[in-house]
Design a protein around this ligand. Structure first.
Ligand SMILES: Cc1cc2nc3c(=O)[nH]c(=O)nc-3n(C[C@H](O)[C@H](O)[C@H](O)COP(=O)(O)O)c2cc1C
Length: 175
């Protein structure tokens, strides 16, 4: 697990290789196994592999351009009526999806929609909701872009571990 965490990076360039259905199923199993507050499971997952839709999603906001050229996107949806802490639950599902992708040799990158704008007058979430016919009552906090990596990034090393942010028993007292 620690090796995987050192290796994990956000990958934004992808080859044209498709992700086979068995692999997609494994990714979804991981996401659906995510823990959630009180087990309420407020998240749903919309898999997008249509290149035309992926291109449209790439315009959702600045920092989403890599969706054009991704093999797949998993749009993470959350029902705020099912849980008041859906933000945390969605973030956990995204994290698990990101790590599962890494373990399968896939590259992936989180795309933040919540609190981000498509234009001055339209939220990124609403833009995506319109493209994918997502019901109004569901939140659309995150898209995960996925594909086989066409870029390689250096893994993290012990130099990246900042123990300064860790305290023991009393705030300010380092381990
Ligand atoms: C909450 C969150 C939001 C992010 N939003 C975006 C985004 O909208 N677009 C993007 O390209 N990367 C996004 N990222 C990826 C970060 O930029 C990336 O994790 C960070 O630069 C560290 O790089 P690393 O993942 O390779 O360690 C996001 C990551 C997190 C955790």
């Amino acid at each position: 697990m620690l090796d995987l965490l050192y290796k994990r990076r956000s990958i934004r360039k992808y080859t044209e290789t498709k992700i086979n259905p068995e692999t997609v199923k494994i990714l979804l199993q991981a996401a659906l196994l995510s823990p959630s507050s009180r087990g309420f499971k407020p998240c749903q997952f919309l898999v997008v592999d249509d290149p035309k839709l992926l291109s449209q999603l790439a315009s959702a906001k600045k920092g989403a351009g890599h969706l054009k050229g991704a093999a797949l996107a998993v749009v993470i949806l959350a029902d705020p009526e099912r849980s008041d802490v859906w933000v945390e639950d969605a973030a956990i599902a995204a994290t698990i999806l990101h790590l599962m992708a890494e373990s399968l040799g896939l590259g992936s990158c989180w795309i933040q929609l919540r609190k981000r704008q498509h234009t001055d007058t339209e939220a990124a979430e609403d833009y995506v909701r319109g493209i994918l016919a997502i019901p109004e009552k569901l939140k659309v906090p995150i898209i995960m872009a996925l594909g086989y990596p066409a870029e390689s990034k250096s893994p993290y090393t012990e130099k990246n571990i900042n123990y300064e942010n860790v305290y023991s028993n009393t705030y300010g007292v380092h381990l």
